[in-house]
Design a binder for this molecule. Structure first.
Ligand code: SF4
Ligand code: SF4
Length: 470
């Protein structure tokens, strides 16, 4: 067999890049139906984020995750570490919602509500206001440094930094009371952890929305990678109608393009220029597409000018495109068995969580039996000692009555009334005594009942073991 000699190439001569070289994207700001919806969501999510931190409830911050005192305040609710289950339920609901919305309409979350998209949109708007439109920005970047360029760049970065730091401040304000945080910022008395998180979150916003932009979606976001597992042929995606659009090409508006053998795409490149991730949707579905709909708005406007029907790029399904389904048939398949099952499970979990919250008793009781040996006291009566950890999760001081049952004649011989301040806990030592021969030797089941003296409906029963010595 003849062997072909291979000449080794020295490693230092191999020209190879480990990463795709970054091409700066200058997205053109686009107006239209989808752009308006994106802005509605930008306003809504940001009003919620920046505004909620300043709301008050019962003379305290309405939403505060007080990590130091391990209490979470959410309007009228006070959650303790024992209520961690609600956080888990919230995570399950978020994950299921993401599956559901992705199965129905692809990366809807990415295009409209993801913080990366929302802040990039705001940062791009600032950039556009200061440096001008797409062409002006490209020219400015190519131009040599001048006083005007320096002024524009400084103004843009200044505005970005103010917004980013305000975002970091608001974020920390959900963990440290925001009014005292503001005071500490203005009197330069901010603690080291608060300073760290404020700057960390601020600079993360500045870096991700100002510089990284589409790189975060392309390389850092795991969702972009596993979303395809949730897609099927009936998922709504932003698609270019190749059959209708090709062959693409420039043409005179007045001539019949069909007679010239052309499709509807005039090859104006608007869809590429408006794309925040810099892709060409005409190349087919790509994982970089965040389904923002900017290319739909851009293309629809071109179609309108050309007097062609809109929708050359549109939200549709693979199934509808391939089989020429009518919109009604397409929507019937969008709400298919898979999405109905997701919706059913999601609905049930939300209902269960809502009911559990509605019947949430604002009192928690933990009982621990003291390790001391049971004591035999007067006339053969036996005493066991317990530690009751009580937590009043109401936002008013309460008085609780402790009682015990389960063994005939069992009674509490220590203090049985306990006062607790609002949203506070207390450990109480309780001595339980039973008459001689009232229970078998060994372990006997008893129950502690703790009841709010003003509101008897607020009552918790906890089991415990009473030991009778042999
Ligand atoms: S905007 Fe529409 S017409 Fe223009 S290039 Fe894109 S698909 Fe073709
Ligand atoms: S291809 Fe269209 S929908 Fe996808 S990211 Fe680009 S502009 Fe948005």
């Amino acid at each position: 067999m003849k062997t072909i000699p291979i000449t080794p190439v020295p490693l230092d001569e191999v020209d190879m890049a480990l990463f795709e070289e970054r091409r700066k994207i200058y997205p053109r700001l686009q107006k239209g139906w989808f752009a308006s919806w994106r802005w509605v969501l930008v306003f809504f999510t940001q009003a919620l984020f920046y505004g909620t931190a300043w709301l008050s409830w019962n003379d305290r911050q309405a939403v505060l995750f007080d990590l130091v005192h391990r209490k979470f305040y959410i309007f009228g609710m006070v959650l303790w570490p024992q209520d961690f289950i609600y956080l888990s339920v919230l995570l399950v609901i978020s994950a299921l919602s993401l599956f559901l919305f992705t199965a129905i309409a692809g990366r809807l979350f990415c295009g409209y509500a993801c913080p990366q998209t929302v802040y990039t949109e705001i940062f791009m708007w600032i950039e556009n206001k200061i440096e001008g439109d797409r062409n002006a920005r490209m020219k400015l970047d190519e131009a040599p440094m001048s006083a005007s360029k320096l002024r524009k760049k400084a103004l843009k970065h200044g505005a970005w930094l103010v917004l980013a730091l305000w975002t970091g401040f608001t974020f920390v304000g959900y963990f440290t009371p925001i009014h005292s945080l503001a005071e500490e910022v203005f009197t330069f008395t901010l603690g080291p952890w608060e300073t760290f998180w404020l700057l960390f979150y601020g600079f993360a916003t500045y870096g991700n929305a100002g510089f990284m932009r589409e790189q975060v979606c392309k390389y850092m976001c795991p969702y972009a990678r596993f979303q395809s597992a949730m897609f099927d042929r009936d998922t709504l995606i932003v698609t270019y109608d190749t059959q209708r659009g090709e062959p693409r090409g420039g043409r005179n508006k007045k001539v019949d393009y069909k007679a010239q053998g052309l499709g509807s795409c005039v090859d104006c490149n608007i869809c590429v220029q408006v794309c925040p991730t810099g892709i060409d949707i005409r190349d087919g579905l790509q994982y970089e597409c965040i389904a923002c709909g900017a290319c739909i708005d851009g293309c629809d406007q071109v179609m309108e000018k050309m007097n062609y029907p809109k929708g050359l790029i549109r939200y549709t399904t693979e199934h509808a495109l391939d089989s020429g389904l009518t919109p009604k048939e397409m929507w019937q398949r969008v709400f298919r068995l898979r999405t109905l099952i997701y919706s059913g499970i999601l609905g049930l979990i939300i209902l269960a969580a809502a009911l559990s919250l509605a019947y949430h008793v604002p009192l928690k009781v933990d009982v621990i039996r003291d390790r001391s040996v049971p004591k035999i006291v007067d006339e053969g009566a036996i005493e066991n000692v317990y530690k009751l950890q009580l937590m009043n999760t109401q936002e008013s001081a309460r008085q609780f009555q402790i009682s015990v049952n389960g063994i005939n004649g069992a009674s509490i011989v220590s203090e049985s009334q306990v006062s607790l301040k609002s949203a506070s806990g207390k450990a109480v030592a309780v001595r339980v005594r039973i008459p001689a021969h009232a229970a078998e030797k060994g372990s006997n089941r008893i129950r502690f009942v703790v009841t709010d003296t003003e509101t008897p409906a607020v009552s918790v029963t906890e089991k415990a073991v009473f030991l009778v010595p042999h």
